[in-house]
Design a protein around this ligand. Structure first.
Ligand code: NDP
Length: 444
């Protein structure tokens, strides 16, 4: 049995009931075969893959808090500190009822390679809780966040582990967490990113993941002699990533026509009304059913369906495994030429394989959505030098980083004979830097 297969078997056996984690490990290790096979003896002796797939540390804790009725609620908190070979652990905090250890491990594992691809000195980690901020009062959200940090503060710090936002964790939650950390530790340090602008946040961080997604698509298209001008784009999600992907798509001359949330989706043939979307989601924290109040001619549908709309480019920006094989078939039938992942692992393995077989250009999340964490690292730099850069400065750096990521994954794919396969390119390019650092640091 090959070393890769041995390690995959072991991961499945030793981490039962964690299908998303298995999926992420299989996807990465399978695409690393050419590199691993070229170094099999050394990697096996050093147990390199076992060390890559096992987190350095995983923390699981109780999060008790009191709701508005005086009832005590108990959630579970997680932080998986995956790999610190190239810098302090860095990765978001997800607050969603679907969160469990396997989800956090899949996200943390992906984060290691993504952070490496940014070219910045950040290791990989991820955290979260099964707490659902939806429908909770501000006071309840604050009570949860304070309790969460009252345990987590022991394990994080500006030079050790710097969490950020993710699904369910936006500016409000980061603010409450930061306040509690500062109160307990008595230090004013850049321990979290995605902070508000008045207390150490970076301009353009809010926009960074969505903007970065469009920058990398743009760079890839320009390299192929094409542009985003006049292209129809379908987007899923209606949160942070989706909203700013839609904004940048407009700025680059494309027309985004869909968005979605967990209850339904909108098709607006004239183009999504960005101001309405922001008001519904960022101000009112309401459902997309409200969209028709702003745009009576748009369609609202319950359930799933975004991927059935005719378009040139598809951007899944909601959650894992939201684009399956049937969706991929619909995309191909409708003429979609590019799929770029704004979310983490939104495309199932079967769907990815099908899209690639049919010649659809596929940009995987660990490259395509890396703009968020890259700008978080820029926020860390600004915090360290106690300065704030302008929006243009940050945005320009982001554009450079996304263009570099594209060329790195493109070159890595070519170097190993997989030209145009950006899944292989991203995994190999991300892996090589982490492995270099791990080898240099000995068996730790
Ligand atoms: P938000 O919470 O801001 O938005 C998430 C969106 O996806 C919402 O519209 C939400 O709908 C929808 N969604 C979430 N879960 C489900 C589900 N199970 N089924 C259907 N729809 C769902 O999160 P973000 O925009 O920050 O994150 C979106 C994705 O991007 C995630 O995969 C995240 O890990 C990834 N990502 C985010 C980064 C960031 O900087 N924020 C950086 C890199 C990756 P509803 O409100 O109804 O739940």
């Amino acid at each position: 049995m090959s070393y890769v297969d041995e390690v995959i078997d072991r991961v499945v056996k030793e981490n039962p009931c964690e299908p998303e984690f298995h999926q992420a490990v299989k996807e990465v290790l399978n695409s690393l075969r050419p590199v691993v096979e070229a170094n099999e003896e050394k990697y096996r002796r050093d147990a390199l893959l076992e060390r890559i797939v096992n987190p350095e540390r995983q923390i699981k804790f109780r999060v008790p808090w009191v709701d508005d009725k005086g009832q005590v609620q108990v959630n579970t908190g997680y932080r998986v500190q995956y790999n610190s070979a190239i810098g302090p652990y860095k990765g978001g905090i997800r607050l969603h009822p679907s969160v469990n250890l396997g989800i956090i491990k899949f996200l943390g594992f992906e984060q290691v390679f993504k952070n490496s691809l940014t070219g910045l000195p950040i290791g990989g980690g991820k955290g979260g809780s099964d707490f659902d901020p939806k429908g909770k009062s501000d006071r309840e959200v604050m009570a949860f966040c304070q309790s969460f940090i009252t345990e987590l503060y022991k394990y994080i710090g500006a030079d050790t582990d710097v969490p950020a936002g993710d699904i369910g964790t936006g500016a409000r939650e980061i603010g409450y967490m930061y306040g509690q950390y500062k109160r307990i530790r008595g230090v004013y340090e850049g321990v979290l990113t995605g902070k508000g602008l008045s207390y150490g946040g970076s301009l353009a961080r809010k926009e960074a993941t969505g903007y970065g997604l469009l920058y990398i698509v743009n760079e890839m298209m320009n390299c192929k002699g094409d542009t985003l001008q006049g292209k129809t784009v379908i987007v899923s999600g209606a949160g942070n990533v989706a909203t700013y992907a839609i904004e940048k798509a407009y700025q680059l001359g494309a027309k985004p026509v869909t968005c979605s949330d967990s209850t339904g989706w909108v098709y607006d043939p004239e183009g999504i009304d960005l101001a309405a979307l922001k008001e519904i989601k960022e101000v009112k924290r309401a459902r997309l059913t409200e969209y028709k109040n702003y745009r009576p001619n748009a369609e609202y549908h319950e359930g799933r369906g975004v991927w059935t709309v005719k378009a040139d480019i598809a951007l899944p920006c909601a959650t894992q495994n939201e684009l399956n094989l049937d969706d991929a078939k619909a995309l191909v039938a409708n003429g979609v030429k590019v799929v770029a992942e704004g979310a983490n692992m939104p495309t199932t393995q079967e769907a990815t394989d099908y899209l690639q077989e049919k010649g659809v250009i596929f940009l995987p999340g660990k490259a395509a959505n890396a703009g968020g964490v890259a700008t978080s690292a820029l926020e860390m730099s600004q915090n360290s030098e106690r300065l704030s850069w302008t929006f243009e400065e940050v945005d320009q750096k982001l554009q450079g980083i996304m263009a570099n990521i594209f060329h790195n994954i493109d070159n890595a794919a070519k170097k190993y004979g997989f030209e145009g396969n950006y899944v292989v390119g991203a995994n190999i390019a991300g892996f090589e830097k982490v492995v270099d650092a791990m080898n240099a640091q000995g068996i730790v």
